[in-house]
Design a binder for this molecule. Structure first.
Ligand code: FES
Ligand code: FES
Length: 589
């Protein structure tokens, strides 16, 4: 028995002393305001106060808390300690998805208890152990600093006058008091746990051994699920004509992380299960991790219906770009490449499913409840009306939670076993299984005339779309529409291609490929402006689209084209920065 106090209440707990304190607080005491993002001391979402000092509760064993005074977000909220801080977070927009907010508030409360008027450096230092993927930190830091002065009042929206105003989120209060429920925060009492078995190779054939013998020989494991158990279609994808990802791979896995089976059982057994004990044999195959490898004439085809491993091509052309480039006074040719980027939302994929007669209820984090519903109906072979998706709060998604992830596994387990089934990905599983930003390789040639007007633009982009389609068609098709940026480009050609490889599926991530192409385009414009001897901002303002100018697809906006206003707003700071750089360079000499 371990004894401590939590939020002023004496607790005697019989959980194993080696249990993570975060797990004991959440699972045994129901204090789910303490979040878990990594279970490794990296994200700080699990921060609590231990005898007044902030600590990561995922790194503490229950036994280490013997005799301690523990305070969680619930305790700080209940006694009003952080009321002004919470109000300031709401006023500054410092709680966006909100998954990091309890950790931020707990850490800030410790700082303010010791130093009621901290400076910016002190706030940055105190919050440095808590990661936020949404806010960029400044709003959080400003919210804490504002405690030394008056906190901004709530803004009442007035039609037509709200651009730039900080409006309090309608769902803000539960984010700052720790009561908002995310995917892992609600678990039916008798839920079984599900764990997905994933391919450890980039590309491999596999054979699953004796499932029933394994279940019989493993107390606490109730079932093994694989492709043969799918009652409907073993396939999902966000764009139905391109859907190609199996819930469970059949015979061949296409990337390191591809799901091949799942075990369902008692939570403690599933959590402690060593995947080396799962009956499966692997036969690694030739691996193609780059588009160059996948486009080689001898490369194996990953999908039978996609010749050359090409998922899709995109193309936009207007005017005569070759003639314009040939006549340009200045030309710049560049090549850029950008890597895979992990979304790294603080909340890993989590949720549960429950069978209610001939209906399935799925609860958990998602960005696309209706698309999940359609996919699940297809996978489960059920009518749409038989699927109910209840989205939890979403602790960051940035595009990746538009794709189905955990939902089919819990749905299948709950349907087959007649008991609720839950899952919560570990941080490493989330990173292995989820989609990424598409890596890109871009070649770009841009010209300008003597006055600095863009004269010819030719773009070729190759995007590594990974093993399955996900949002690859959208990325490959959208990039040619946007590759010139918000600039008037009358002579233009852009080609793009999304290529399958044995890398993780690349999908949606804020901008659908546009950030990758903007790296190339903006870099080229800097060089063109330099070649012209022209101020870089002036070059952009000269070429910025205005009302009534056609885009490269011929679209004409009669009003609302705001890029030049945005660039004009930068003038003061831009010239200050140039001045500062000039002064620095002179001093450095
Ligand atoms: S630091 Fe504990 S969950 Fe990330
Ligand atoms: S608000 Fe910080 S991670 Fe979303």
């Amino acid at each position: 028995m371990t004894r401590f106090t939590v939020n002023g209440r004496a607790v005697d707990t019989a959980v194993a002393p080696t249990t993570r304190l975060s797990a004991a607080l959440r699972d045994d005491l129901g204090l789910t305001g303490t979040k878990v993002g990594c279970n490794a001391g990296d994200c700080g979402a699990c921060t609590i106060l231990l005898d007044g000092a902030p600590v990561c509760s995922c790194l503490m064993a229950v036994g280490q808390a013997e005799g301690a005074k523990i305070t969680t977000i619930e305790g700080l909220h209940a006694d009003g300690t952080i009321a002004r801080l919470q109000d300031s977070f709401l006023a500054h927009g410092a709680a966006q998805c909100g998954i990091c907010t309890p950790g931020m508030l707990v850490s800030a409360s410790a700082l303010l208890a010791a130093n009621p008027a901290p400076d910016r450096a002190a706030v940055e230092d105190a919050l440095g152990g808590v990661l936020c993927r949404c806010t960029g930190y400044n709003k959080i830091i400003d919210a804490v600093l504002a405690l030394s002065g008056p906190v901004a009042a709530a803004v009442t929206p007035a039609a037509g006058a709200n651009v730039g105003s900080a409006i309090r989120h309608l769902d803000g209060q539960p984010k700052v008091d720790g009561t908002l429920c995310y995917g892992a925060d609600r678990v039916p009492a008798d839920a079984l746990a599900v764990r997905v078995i994933r391919c450890p190779h980039h590309h491999a054939r596999f054979v699953i051994g004796d499932k029933s013998g394994f279940v019989a020989a493993t107390p606490g494991i109730h079932a093994v699920l694989d492709a043969g158990d799918i009652p409907g279609r073993n396939c999902f994808g966000v764009i139905p004509p391109f859907a190609d990802q199996p819930v469970f791979a059949e015979k061949t896995a296409l990337y390191r992380g591809d799901a091949v089976a799942a075990i369902v059982g008692d939570a403690a057994v599933v959590a402690a299960f060593d995947e080396a004990d799962f009956p499966i044999s692997w036969d690694p195959l030739e691996t193609m991790l780059t588009p160059d490898a996948a486009l080689a004439a001898t490369a194996p085809r990953l999908h039978d219906n996609r010749a050359g491993n090409i998922l899709v091509r995109g193309y936009v052309e207007c005017g005569d770009p070759d003639r314009a480039l040939a006549g340009a006074a200045h030309r710049v040719e560049i090549e850029t490449s950008t890597p895979f980027i992990e979304h790294a939302y603080i909340e890993p994929e989590a949720g549960y499913a429950q069978r209610e007669g001939n209906r399935l209820v799925i609860y958990g984090c998602t960005q696309a409840a209706q698309m999940d519903r359609e996919s699940l109906a297809d996978i489960m072979g059920l009518d749409l009306e038989a699927i109910r998706v209840m989205p939890s709060a979403c602790g960051g998604g940035f595009g990746s939670k538009l794709d189905v992830s955990f939902q089919p596994y819990v749905a299948l387990a709950a349907w087959m076993l007649g008991r609720p089934a839950r899952i919560c990905y570990s941080r490493s599983e989330s990173m292995r299984a989820s989609t990424k930003r598409h890596p890109s390789s871009i070649r770009l040639t841009v010209g300008a005339d003597e006055t600095g007007r863009i004269s010819g633009f030719v773009f070729d982009g190759v995007f590594n779309t990974g093993a399955y389609a996900s949002w690859g068609p959208t990325v490959a098709n959208r990039v040619p529409i946007h590759a010139c940026g918000p600039y008037f480009t009358p002579d233009y050609r852009a080609n793009s291609v999304a290529v399958h490889t044995n890398a993780p599926p690349a999908g949606a991530f804020r901008g659908f490929g546009v950030p990758q192409s903007a790296v190339a385009q903006e870099l080229a414009y800097d060089r063109l402006a330099d070649n012209l001897g022209m101020d870089r901002l002036a070059f952009r303002r000269l070429n910025a689209l205005k009302n009534d100018m056609p885009t490269v697809t011929g679209q004409v906006f009669a009003s609302g084209v705001g890029i030049d206003d945005c660039l004009a707003a930068l003038e003061g700071r831009w010239h200050d920065a140039l001045q500062a750089a000039e002064t620095f360079n002179k001093t450095a000499k």
